[in-house]
Design a protein around this ligand. Structure first.
Ligand code: HEM
Ligand SMILES: *[C@@H]1O[C@H](CO)[C@@H](O)[C@H](O)[C@H]1NC(C)=O
Ligand SMILES: *[C@@H]1O[C@H](CO)[C@@H](O)[C@H](O)[C@H]1NC(C)=O
Ligand SMILES: *[C@@H]1O[C@H](CO)[C@@H](O)[C@H](O)[C@H]1NC(C)=O
Ligand SMILES: *[C@@H]1O[C@H](CO)[C@@H](O)[C@H](O)[C@H]1NC(C)=O
Ligand SMILES: CC(=O)N[C@H]1CO[C@H](CO)[C@@H](O)[C@@H]1O
Length: 491
């Protein structure tokens, strides 16, 4: 019922916009003929842009869907070439690029304070709660405010020493997760859906790091209501980000269901984070990351916001990356064999190659977004400073012009003779955690978790799969439907 009403409101709003268009006589650039002497942003090919509405209509008619955004872009690049223009509401251009040289140029052009377009809906919501939030937070702020938060809140999180000292705890958690797998397997081998189990591991290990305590997500007889509420809130948060971003932006005018979901998600995470911060005990003091946030010389409100951001940015991304990695390893028995051989002589070279290759094949964050800080020339088009640019690193990784056999899982490309050429191409393309000064501060931690996980899993199990993995876009890439994986005991 609620959804019906909002639908009617949307249709009504479209009519109002069309009438305004007829009255005011606004004409978008495509109605005029252009002189062809200088190629500017107006000349970049892309779907037909409607006045006010831009190109978002491509998701309302035909077979494009915003649960499959990654395929939509592959199709747009096929149709229009390696640079494509879309327009959002009020005809603000968004440029998507696929070419390796263009991507490199954009990512290299960032200055001291790289600008990543904020998630508008979160920035908007946080402004409505000045009692709770002093700014848009680390993920959404720009410039000097961002720099202050980044330097004061993430130094422990990005420190190799801190993460190394956290290793015993990571190993302990992975060990518990492997026992959980053994207990919940059907017929001693089959996990019908790896996704919720991977998410529980992501939750447990991230909370242990940023909150300094064990939440009990891995207890075999079910998780606590609090823990379940947190897991649901994080999921809801991501879906709401996607729906407000790709749907019509009427949440700016009235409270749409997607906006309500976002608010619920943020409030649940916030309340829980606040509860855990105020009740921080002796045990919690052991977490250097948690302590460094509490001690940082920033507004108190920023501390809670940082914990909320770490949890929201960390859990779901980590859970999905675990599913992708284990499914890829399960799909490649010969890689598993090599992995074991290499580990048995005390080397982690092949293991690291497998992790790199998994991120190349299925990057959880499938593209990087930036706002240009200076004028740029991309594929021969002149792009002004202040333009939103999407670097499609995920699609470029699947392109044979950048990697030979790009669609095959070949960890060998990261080893020996092949390594130099792979790494030189990969620097700006295989960037699962982003690049430059805004790179993901959780990177070291995540790499440590994945290394420890893969090591333990292949030592204890022979993993295999039956079905192919289907992907779906949930603001990041996520597995669609249940992911069945077999965990056979090693004899
Ligand atoms: C597999 C897991 C993860 C992936 C794939 C991932 C990926 C990313 C990417 C692509 C970015 C944007 C970087 C850029 O624009 O250059 C980012 C930013 C961020 N990530 Fe992660 N991340 C993961 C886990 C985590 C964890 C565990 C945490 C915290 C504990 C975290 C906290 C953040 C924060 C705070 C930012 C914003 C940084 C800034 O704007 O300065 N992430 N992440
Ligand atoms: C939509 O359909 C066209 C052809 O009808 C096809 O080429 C394209 O891949 C489809 N796009 C998506 C995202 O499924
Ligand atoms: C590979 O990338 C080039 C541009 O770098 C593009 O022209 C080509 O269409 C891409 N191929 C595929 C299969 O996407
Ligand atoms: C906090 O941020 C400021 C910049 O805004 C920086 O000068 C200072 O060194 C930072 N403090 C710490 C402990 O990182
Ligand atoms: C691992 O399991 C697969 C599928 O059940 C099987 O074909 C393979 O022989 C097993 N490998 C080892 C080393 O046990
Ligand atoms: C395998 C392959 O062709 N790699 C190419 C990818 O793109 C870079 C730069 O455009 C080339 O230098 C590589 O040779």
């Amino acid at each position: 019922m609620l959804i019906d009403i909002s639908r009617i409101q949307d249709i009504f709003a479209v009519f109002v916009l069309i009438i305004l268009y007829l009255l005011v006589g606004y004409r978008p650039p495509w109605l005029w003929k252009h002189e062809k002497n200088q190629k500017t942003i107006d000349n970049i090919p892309g779907p037909l842009s409607l006045p006010f509405l831009g190109t978002r209509w491509i998701y309302w008619f035909g077979n494009y869907s915003f649960t499959k955004v990654h395929e939509v872009y592959a199709d747009l690049f096929r149709r229009y070439g390696s640079i494509v223009k879309e327009e959002t509401l009020f005809n603000i251009p968004v440029i998507s690029i696929l070419d390796h040289k263009d991507i490199e140029k954009v990512l290299k052009s960032s200055g001291k304070f790289p600008v990543r377009p904020p998630t508008e809906v979160i920035a908007y919501y946080r402004k409505t709660r000045p009692d709770r939030y002093a700014s848009g937070g680390l993920v959404n702020e720009q410039g000097i405010v961002w720099h202050h938060l980044r330097t004061n809140l993430t130094s422990e999180l990005t420190s190799p020493r801190t993460i190394a000292s956290f290793l015993p705890q990571i190993d302990q958690i992975i060990e518990e997760w492997c026992s959980l797998i053994k207990q919940v397997r059907v017929n001693e081998r089959q996990i019908n859906d790896l996704k919720p189990l991977a998410e529980r591991l992501g939750l447990e290990v991230t909370c242990a790091l940023v909150l300094g305590r064990r939440m009990g997500f891995l207890l075999p007889d079910g998780i606590s209501p609090n823990a379940q509420a947190l897991a649901n809130a994080v999921h809801q948060h991501f879906l709401a980000c996607r729906d407000t971003f790709y749907g019509l932006p009427f949440w700016k005018i009235w409270t749409t269901p997607a906006y309500m979901h976002l608010v619920e998600g943020e409030e649940t995470i916030y309340t829980l984070a606040l509860e855990l911060i105020t009740s921080a005990n002796e045990e919690a003091r052991e977490s250097a990351v948690f302590q460094s946030v509490l001690k940082a010389s920033v507004d108190d409100r920023e501390k809670t916001a940082a914990i909320v951001d770490f949890i929201a940015a960390g859990i779901y991304t980590l859970g999905n990356s675990i599913v992708f990695l284990l499914h890829l390893i399960g799909s490649n028995p010969e890689c598993q064999k090599k992995l074991i051989d290499d580990l048995s002589v005390g080397s982690t070279t092949y293991l690291k190659a497998c992790i790199n290759e998994a991120f190349r094949m299925i990057p959880t964050a499938y593209c990087l977004a930036r706002v240009s800080e200076q004028d740029l020339e991309l594929s021969g088009y002149h792009i002004k400073a202040g333009t939103v640019l999407l670097c499609h690193t995920g699609l470029a990784c699947k392109n044979d012009s950048n990697f030979t056999n790009a669609c095959k899982f070949e960890p060998e490309r990261w080893i020996g003779d092949a390594k130099t050429s792979t790494v030189s191409t990969a620097t700006f393309l295989v960037t699962p955690f982003g690049i430059g000064k805004r790179i993901c501060p959780g990177r070291r931690f995540v790499e440590q978790v994945l290394t420890s996980l893969l090591m333990n899993v292949v030592e204890q199990f022979n993993i295999s799969k039956e079905d192919d993995l289907e992907l779906q876009f949930e603001f990041i890439l996520a597995p669609k439907g249940p992911v069945k994986v077999f965990f056979d005991d090693k004899n």
